[in-house]
Design a protein around this ligand. Structure first.
Ligand SMILES: *[C@@H]1O[C@H](CO)[C@@H](O)[C@H](O)[C@H]1NC(C)=O
Ligand SMILES: *[C@@H]1O[C@H](CO)[C@@H](O)[C@H](O)[C@H]1NC(C)=O
Ligand SMILES: *[C@@H]1O[C@H](CO)[C@@H](O)[C@H](O)[C@H]1NC(C)=O
Length: 432
């Protein structure tokens, strides 16, 4: 059948050999951005194998590529929608006789933009006042030139429109102001209708100013046990603001102001809380530190004496041991025994001294009314020994009502140590 067709086509001329040229495109429906090959095929009725053939490809009347060439194929590495049109090819022999193929229509297929998104720099959309905001409009796919548009607010104030042959384009606001706090979106369109991004929020924030710290009532005297309110406030700066409170360089705590303004921190005072206080305000745009505010915690003098005494006693007993104390008592006892008749009765204790002694060897107990001692004199031949032990009965009576629990414990410990030391250290000496 093919043979019949060829014969039929050949039949009218019948003299010299007739050729049929056909142009084909591979692929026949190319996609934008891909390649396409044009092939000019000769279907000769009589093969002239020795003939030198040349080919040329045309689109809408214009020759493509290098013009005439010996190759019956032409590769177009990338085609775009504007490459769509009417194509044909021509063939000529050295005899300058040219043949033209029928025209074919080629339609290059575009890919619509899709998955359009708006990216904000800085990320998160929190931009410092006066700084740059970048809005990048992105499409995952979409061929050819794409027209990007940026819009402000849900009502869509058009900020800018630009066309470029890329999948991303950016729009910048060089120095944002408070009025740039808004929602933004963008669109991208490559001729198939616009694709719209999500709404993205942008917040313009201003850094905090230097905060001011107030510590309690200015000028008021404070004592251990009092609660003072530390209040820190930055006059300007976008919320939320985190405040940190410092005593010297130690962090006392923090407090946040979710909707701006100041924050406070309550501190229960001890004697160690004198010194400089400061605070810091931070909303993520650079922390600011307040000036130092001094605070003096007034420790009542009785307490101070108490602290001092217990400190000295502690040191004395702790380091030198009970021996020194025993010696001291011995010396003191010597004097006391010497002038016992002249004793001042006013030094009697306010309450009777409980006899802690279970000392069975007290042959001649010299009942001494002093709180500080119980003395037993023991004779042994020529020598008389005195056994001294000491019960610190006066100390609990001397306890200040204001005293804190810790000093009470200290006193009790000292008291116990005194007692123990004097009971266990039995001293022998001449009682004159
Ligand atoms: C859509 O775009 C976003 C942002 O560019 C990307 O993260 C995401 O993977 C895209 N989705 C798809 C299905 O490609
Ligand atoms: C601190 O104490 C005051 C009253 O003494 C109170 O009004 C305030 O709420 C307290 N502040 C904090 C942070 O606890
Ligand atoms: C507190 O600060 C002042 C001035 O900043 C300084 O002179 C003083 O020594 C500080 N006091 C303490 C206890 O550090």
């Amino acid at each position: 059948m093919l043979l019949g067709l060829v014969l039929l086509m050949c039949a009218p001329a019948c003299g010299p050999a007739r050729e049929v040229l056909l142009l084909t495109a591979q692929p026949s429906r190319p996609k934008e951005g891909s390649s396409m090959t044009l092939i000019c095929e000769t279907q000769a009725t009589s093969q002239k194998t020795d003939a030198q053939l040349e080919f040329c490809f045309f689109k809408d009347g214009r020759a493509l590529g290098q013009g005439w060439s010996s190759s019956p194929k032409l590769l177009l590495p990338t085609v775009w929608r504007e490459d769509s049109g009417s194509y044909w090819c021509e063939e000529k022999t050295t005899a300058l006789r040219a043949t033209r193929s029928p025209r074919i229509q080629i339609q290059v297929q575009g890919i619509p933009v899709w998955n359009v998104s708006l990216e904000v720099q800085p990320p998160g959309g929190q931009v410092q006042k006066g700084k740059k905001l970048v809005l990048i409009c992105l499409a995952t796919q979409g061929t050819g030139d794409i027209t990007f548009s940026w819009y402000k607010g849900t009502l869509g104030l058009n900020l800018e429109t630009k066309t470029q042959s890329s999948l991303a384009a950016k729009f910048e606001i060089l120095a944002v102001t408070d009025s740039d706090t808004e929602k933004y979106y963008c669109t991208a369109d490559n001729g198939y209708g616009p694709s719209i991004s999500e709404l993205v929020s942008v917040t313009v924030r201003s850094p905090v100013s230097r905060p001011v710290l107030t510590v309690g009532e200015p000028g008021a005297q404070v004592f251990p046990g009092d609660v003072v309110e530390l209040r820190c406030e930055a006059q300007s700066g976008s919320a939320p603001i985190l405040y940190r409170f410092y005593h010297e360089d130690v962090t006392l705590g923090s407090s946040s102001a979710p909707s701006g303004g100041g924050a406070s921190f309550n501190l229960s005072l001890t004697a160690e809380h004198s010194g400089n206080y400061s605070c810091e305000a931070d909303n993520g745009l650079g922390p600011q530190h307040s000036e130092a505010v001094p605070l003096t915690v007034t420790v009542p003098t009785e307490d101070r004496k108490e602290l001092l005494t217990s400190g000295i006693l502690e040191g004395l007993f702790g380091t030198l041991g009970p021996t020194i104390m025993a010696l001291l008592f011995c010396c003191w006892l010597k004097k006391r025994i010497g002038r016992r008749p002249a004793r001042d009765p006013s030094r009697s204790p306010p309450s009777p001294v409980p006899q802690v002694s279970n000392y069975v060897n007290s042959a001649a107990p010299l009942r001494e009314p002093s709180v500080y001692e119980n003395v037993n004199v023991v004779s042994s031949g020529n020598e008389v020994y005195s056994l001294v032990y000491h019960t610190q009965q006066e100390r609990p009576a001397a306890v200040e009502p204001r005293r804190t629990q810790s000093t009470d414990q200290d006193a009790a410990a000292i008291y116990f140590r005194l007692k123990k030391a004097s009971v266990t250290d039995v001293d022998y000496e001449d009682a004159m």
